[in-house]
Design a protein around this ligand. Structure first.
Ligand code: PMP
Length: 355
């Protein structure tokens, strides 16, 4: 058995994979594959409707918000957000808490002014910047809720006098959020929601139509909303598997129940990192992520043999991102606590063998 700690595309629930595999051959018993039916067929329309319904239900999305399943990944949102929300003579505020935030703010510069109100770049993003004032005259505040590469997470969202736009690619559906606190939420699917290929956007409708700019149809939220995410052929399979995964989240008791499990998984793993003298954490304690657990070894020479032992024990995908080094255990929703215990066993085995 493999324990999949990969950062993304990440682990999906096994029962979802089984359902998805069956639907590739015969979808809903109709004698056709999910991959070969029209996206305008009632069968697929029901899938998209169900996916939107599940997002609304699981996150308690209030009235006045639209839910979209788009393409181009979170990276396309980096441009689509300012394209739609930032006028050329206006500015947007960005908190630079990692490389993804940096990429987002660079794209925004093509469309208007960018005010980087806080950064943790000087420490290679080992903490979440907190001491800043949100400028009341900016079009929006852009945040990243979980910094996948560095293993930091925004545990408390700042109060903001302007709409908050948040990249939740690596922690959406992992914890409860209050959607009403946000103007726009976006997330590439490939961590907690489904396979790569679709991007969830939840947008407050009243933010749209305020700027005077021509926007190409595919990048215009209004066009996407008016066409129910079907202006063109949507990524049918990615949406289908996302729908199955959201149903799985619901069957587990919803986001609140999943959050409890995620906190328990993170707690035991951080405790071992702190307890075991061979390992040490890399991030500020109060900002540690419950999704991506980053750590290094006291003795850097141990890192290669530890990785080898992990591989032998079926612990997959824990090599840290090249910009941080060390290790990163991604413990997304579908990873069971037993897999976390399996990793802890290997950490203890390694320490025992090398003491
Ligand atoms: N934001 C965050 C926080 C991410 O982790 C990632 C991808 N790992 C991205 C944005 C980029 O997403 P995509 O590959 O879907 O463009």
């Amino acid at each position: 058995m493999k324990h999949n700690f990969g950062a993304g595309p990440g682990i999906l629930p096994h029962e979802v994979l089984k359902q998805a595999a069956a639907a590739v051959i015969d979808f809903n018993g109709i004698g056709l594959s999910i991959l070969e039916i029209s996206h305008r067929s009632p069968d697929f329309e029901a899938v998209l409707d169900e996916a939107v319904k599940l997002v609304k239900e699981l996150l308690n999305v209030p009235e006045g918000y639209s839910v979209l399943f788009l393409q181009g990944g979170a990276s396309t949102q980096f441009a689509m957000i300012p394209y739609n929300l930032l006028a050329g003579d206006a500015k947007a505020a960005y908190v630079e808490s990692g490389v993804w935030a940096n990429k987002a703010l660079k794209e925004a510069k093509y469309f208007g002014g960018v005010d980087v109100i806080a950064t943790s770049k000087e420490s290679n993003f080992t903490y979440i910047p907190k001491d800043y004032e949100v400028p009341a005259d900016a079009a929006y505040l852009h945040l990243t809720s979980n910094n996948t590469i560095y293993g930091t997470q925004l545990h408390q969202f700042p109060a903001s006098p302007i709409p908050v736009v948040c990249d939740m690619s690596s922690d959406i559906f992992s914890r409860e959020i209050n959607v009403a606190d946000f103007g726009l939420i976006y997330a590439g699917a490939q961590k907690n929601m489904g396979p790569a290929g679709t991007t969830l956007v939840i947008i407050k409708d009243e933010l749209l139509g305020k700027i005077d700019r021509k926007i190409p149809a595919m990048l215009d939220y209004k066009v996407q909303i008016d066409n129910g995410s079907m202006y063109n052929t949507p990524p049918v399979f990615a949406i289908y598997v996302s729908m199955l995964t959201l149903n799985w989240v619901k069957s587990k008791g919803g986001v609140a129940a999943i959050q409890k499990e995620n906190e328990a998984k993170a707690k035991v793993l951080y405790e071992e990192i702190e307890r075991n003298p061979f390992f040490k954490p890399v991030c500020a304690t109060e900002d540690r992520s419950n999704m991506n657990v980053c750590f290094v070894m006291e003795n850097a020479e141990h890192e290669k043999p530890f990785l080898k032992l992990c591989d032998e024990r079926g612990i997959i995908g824990i090599k840290g991102h090249r910009s941080v080094g060390g290790f990163r255990a991604s413990i997304y929703n579908a990873l069971s606590i037993n897999s976390v215990y399996a990793l802890i066993d290997v950490m203890q085995e390694f320490a025992e063998k090398n003491k």
